[in-house]
Each structure stands twice: as structure tokens, then as C-alpha cells.
Design a protein around this ligand. Sequence first.
Ligand SMILES: *Cc1c(COP(=O)(O)O)cnc(C)c1O
Length: 400
Amino acid sequence: MNNAEIVELAHANLLNNYGCMPLAFVRGHGAYLYDADGNRYLDFFCGLAVTSLGHGHPRVVGAIKQQADKLTHASNVFHTEPMARLAARLSAAFGDGRVFFANSGAEANEAALKLARRWGHAHGGRFEIISTLGSFHGRTLGTLSATGQEKYHEGFEPLVPGFKLVPYNDVGAIERAINSKTVGIIVEPIQGEGGVVVPHPDYLTRLREICDRARLLLIVDEVQTGMGRTGRLFGYQHSGIKPDIITLAKALGGGIPIGAMVARREIATVMTPGTHGSTFGGNPVACAAALGVFDALEHDGVIANAAEVGSYLLARLREIAKECPDVREVRGQGMIIGVALKHAAKPVVDACFRERLIVNGTADTILRLLPPLTLTKEEADAGLAVIERALRAEAGAAGA
Ligand SMILES: *Cc1c(COP(=O)(O)O)cnc(C)c1O
């Protein structure tokens, strides 16, 4: 089938809940994607920060194939080696944690919220969780209620009670929101969906202090920032703190759906048999893929490359921005980068797309770049040239 045929068939039968681009991808290799008409695209999007090792990474593909040949599902009534090994890997990376496996970011966060509530009920009858405006934590009713963006709430009320939203990057607002019912704070190290909002460098450190003082759980949502995206394995590691709970998904499985919650061992004890679960959670193929991702991150210098090429992208974009009056700010860390514009990002996204560069717009005016962590300088330059042309053309169009 070609692009038009696939798009038509999809539109005829799918729920119309996504604002989809009118093309279909059939294969990918490294930083490149190929559509159903045979066109090649440079991918600065990674399917929303998922295929962080690029497409078709041999460690991930090899692990999936090997495991698929052996066993694809066993359920949580039993154990499998990939799940056991991945839990050990995640626990060690976090530092003596207990792991729960899910299939998405929303489910990983849902597990974190449920753990926090259960721990709170056992520690003073507390249940309220503080979240931040502009945040994104998922689309289930629980995680949606923790998500600080009204546009996602519309029409789905009533939301789950027990959440309090305060401005991001505002320590005082968090302090004022705490009461005798508060059990925890959920926060992204960098707000991704909210527009690549990078907080003050000591924000997480201050939140850690507050949580220690008030006996609250600090839940860090690493769904978008985790697995090397910011130039460290986890985004919170830039601040030197340790959260009580972290959640992962997106890049964890290198393109295979998997989510995980990792909690400090002492607090995880409130989750006893029967308290929570997921049929597919810890699926052996998904866990094998994630083990392949870990291997690549640990042995192939991928995170160092993300930090280095990410800094290069940031620096070059800031140079380009000097010549583009429509750019308000270039911000980010590692391979999560936002170009804040004075106008809608959509025309710039479309202009890049016409030159076969995949980028993404978020929070209306933010051009978001989420390239593979394996991006080379040459690929970075190829993408930058397109972005520069798109920004200049758009500035010309806006001025005309
Ligand atoms: C994408 C995202 C989620 C939700 O993940 P899904 O897999 O879509 O459920 C949660 N938190 C953050 C920070 C995200 O970026």
C-alpha cells in the first residue's frame, strides 16, 4: 500500500483522536525513516522520544528476535528471566529500588500515584498529591488529574480528587500547597509536553529538602527524560538528588511498549500481593528489548554522545536564533530541545516536514527536537540547515 491508501484506510476506521500527519512509515534505519512512497526523512522526533537509539538498533532488534523465538508471554503468575534481569538492572541504576512493570508511561505513573496513596494512608491518613501546571503525566483518569493542562481535562470531568496543581519551577508555591493531607509531589525534571521547560538548576534539590522535612514522597516522572535523553541516564541525576519513586516508559523499550516504576525499597513494602497489577506488565519480549537498550547505553557511549551532540545542537540553534527575531529562546538539555517561537510552531514544523525533517510542535509555540541519542554531528548539521531555512522562511512569511 502507498501513503494515500494507508492514510485513507486508517481515517475510515480509526477514532479521530490524533491530529495525524498524512503519511505512513514502513521502515527505519538509524536516524532515518522511510515512508510508504519510498521517501526518506531525517528523524528529530523518535516517535515522541521512544526510539532513542535510532531505528533498527542491532542490540534491540537482536534481543527482540531472540526472545520472540523462545517465549512471548507468561503473565505475572510466573517469572521470566528477561523480567528478572531488567528489574535488577533498573534497581541498580536507581540504587536499591523495587520495580513494577507496566506497558506505558501513564500506567507507570498510575502505579506511582497508587503506591503514594497506599503509603500515605499507612502514614497518617494522607492522600493528596501536588503536581505542577504545564505538566504531562498521562491520559488515564488518575494521571490526567495529575496533569496540569486544562485542555486535556475538557469534557472528562469530574477528575479524580486529591490533586493540587501549582506553578512549575516555584518552590514557594509547593511549600504553600502542603497541608496535613499531602503525601507527595510529582514532577518532571524538564517539562516535555509542556514546552521543554527547564527549571532552575536547584529546583529538584529544593523539592527533595521539602519532602524530607514534611515526610513527603518525591515522585520524578522520567517518562520522557529518562534513559539518556538529557545526557544522563535519568534527568534527576543532573541535580544529585535521589527521588523516592521514578517512572519510565517511552525510550525504555527502544520502540517496544513498556513502562516501569522504581521505588525506594522501604516505601515499596506497602504494595503487597494483590494490591496492583497488569496482565502484560513485564512482558518478556518488552523486557528483552529494554535489556538491549541498557546494553547500548552502557557499552556504546550513547549517553556521552547525547550530551555532546545535544550541546552542539543547542549552541548552533542559539547562533541561528540570533538571526531569527521570531525565536524567543532556545532551551533544553542533551537531546531534549525546545525552540520557543513568538508565533505558532506548526508552520515551521510543516516547512521542515516538506524538506523531509521530522520535528514536532508542542505547547502551540514550541518547536521540540527529540533526535536519536546516537545522532552524528553530520546528521545534526543536516537537520540544523533545514531548521534554519524553515525559521527564516517563516520569519519572511510572517513579516510579509
Ligand atoms: C508521554 C508522557 C507520559 C505518558 O506516557 P504514555 O506512554 O503516553 O502513557 C507521562 N509522562 C511524561 C513526562 C510523558 O512525556
